[in-house]
Design a protein around this ligand. Structure first.
Ligand code: ATP
Ligand code: MG
Length: 451
């Protein structure tokens, strides 16, 4: 394993001053992993007390988390965090330790860490400290708590979600004791701040093995998102589907790229199905109105986890659109581009592809319709087709010069854009201005603009 030069310099400076210094945690885990990428963040643990670390690095050091013993040192290769070896005191409310105390023993520091794969240390001379068998667990792809799993999850329930996040990202399976304790202690997640749940859960969703982990632990995710639970085992009674709602959701989720917006959309796209279910006189199941129902639930769920507004709005829009017919004519694609923009229309195509791949294989020929939509989209973009006001050949200033004022300016511009998008007018300045002059109030245009 290669420790980056700037981190080596930090380790060397601490050792030269008579302290111990080790790379610890995620960087060691990721560097030892098969096919792992070079870690970005290298955390250092040291026997040096924070003030001793400050003395070693002088003005390059900043006390960024003194309460927990963290000092950040500026280096040419970016900041490096150095944390004094520590032992966590008693835990309160399944959350944070009451107090932390410093220790001079790397072994004690490793023992407070959550999982064996996260409790390894590596030093300048290539020595590995691995008191809990993390390297072997990593090789065998096992998630195992350091110490007694029940106690570790009782101390800090966020570890439950962290463990599942490492499982989803690294393809680890929890060993039986850890798996049972994850389920048994899940209610503790109710005491964890939504922002912290969001951060771990979203990393989980972006992991390669997200669908497997969701399938194995739905009741854990049900602690903060109980809306997911009615999907589990909910039969669809419809020939389009060979899976229940939850299995369909997981297949669809696994069929989109490892991107948070897409993964989150797939997890939530059918969350409104159980509440929208009806059975017709032939015994066939229907879910009329489920996109709107899913949208409403998804919006509440994302707000509950304190998601950023633009992220939430993007996801709920894709959820709402997921079941619409995909446009397959130039005009319809330009209209969709006008409403969604390029990025979200591309996302919608991926969402629809995945939704279809989660259905019975007899219906997978729908992919061809999506190929066709994508082909038109690429061509229109290559032709620089106009679908936004930014691309329109006339601007607000042109309209002011023609005597438009106030809200009429925007209305007229939108009206023109509607005509251009629909192919009724070319996106050429003279043609658009001539049109406006012949239709002074641009009434028709304003009406189109609002459709
Ligand atoms: P990432 O690559 O996502 O940063 P990481 O393992 O480095 O993963 P961090 O949250 O940066 O995760 O934590 C650094 C290390 O601190 C972990 O590897 C683990 O040893 C320890 N740690 C973090 N959170 C906890 C916790 N809640 N309980 C016990 N140990 C923890
Ligand atoms: Mg880290």
């Amino acid at each position: 394993m290669d420790i980056p030069e700037n981190v080596r310099t930090v380790l060397g400076a601490l050792e030269a001053a008579g302290h111990e210094a080790w790379c610890v945690g995620g960087c060691v885990r990721d560097a030892l992993r098969d096919g792992g990428q070079r870690p970005e963040d290298w955390d250092v643990a040291s026997s040096a007390l924070p003030e001793e670390t400050m003395a070693v690095f002088g003005s390059r050091a900043e006390p960024t988390g003194l309460k927990h013993g963290t000092v950040t040192v500026k280096t040419e290769g970016g900041p490096v965090e150095i944390t004094t070896y520590r032992i966590d005191g008693a835990y309160r409310d399944h959350r944070r330790p009451e107090s932390v105390s410093f220790t001079r023993s790397i072994g004690e520091d490793l023992a407070r860490r959550d999982f064996t794969v996260n409790a390894m240390a590596w030093n300048l001379r290539g020595e590995l400290r691995d008191p809990f068998g993390g390297r072997e667990d990593l090789r065998r792809r096992i998630l195992r708590c350091v110490g007694d799993p029940d106690r570790r999850f009782e101390e800090d329930a966020l570890r439950i979600l962290r463990g599942l996040r490492f499982s989803a990202a690294l393809g680890l399976s929890a060993e039986p004791g850890t798996a049972e304790a994850i389920r048994r202690n899940r209610e503790g997640l109710g005491d964890i701040a939504p922002e912290r749940i969001q951060s771990e859960f979203f990393k989980l969703l972006s992991g390669t093995w997200a669908a497997e982990v969701l399938r194995e632990y739905p009741e854990v995710f049900g602690v903060f998102w109980p809306e997911l639970l009615p999907m589990v085992g909910f039969g669809q009674r419809n020939r389009h589907h060979c899976y229940d709602v939850w299995e369909h959701t997981l297949h669809a989720l696994a069929a989109v790229p490892e991107d948070l917006t897409l993964r989150c959309t797939m997890l939530l796209h059918d969350v409104g199905k159980p509440a929208s279910f009806t059975l017709d006189e032939h015994g066939v199941g229907h879910f009329y109105g489920h996109p709107a129902a899913s949208r409403r639930l998804a919006d509440e769920m994302l707000r509950r986890l304190r998601c950023k507004t633009d992220f939430r709005e993007t996801v709920v829009r894709l959820v709402e659109w997921h079941d619409k017919n995909i446009p397959r004519t130039d005009k319809a694609i330009r209209r969709a581009l006008r409403i969604l923009g390029e990025q979200d229309l591309r996302r919608l195509i991926l969402v629809k592809r995945a939704d279809n791949l989660g259905q019975a294989p007899e219906y997978w020929d729908r992919q061809k319709e999506l190929d066709k939509a994508e082909e038109i989209l690429e061509r229109l973009l290559a032709e620089d087709a106009c679908f936004s006001l930014k691309q329109l050949a006339v601007k607000g200033g042109d309209l002011l010069a023609l005597g438009f004022s106030g809200p009429a300016v925007g209305e007229a511009l939108n009206g023109l854009l509607g005509k251009v998008v629909d192919g009724a007018l070319p996106n050429r300045r003279e043609a658009l201005l001539a049109y406006l002059q012949n239709e002074p109030l641009a009434e028709g245009a304003a009406k189109d603009g609002r459709e």
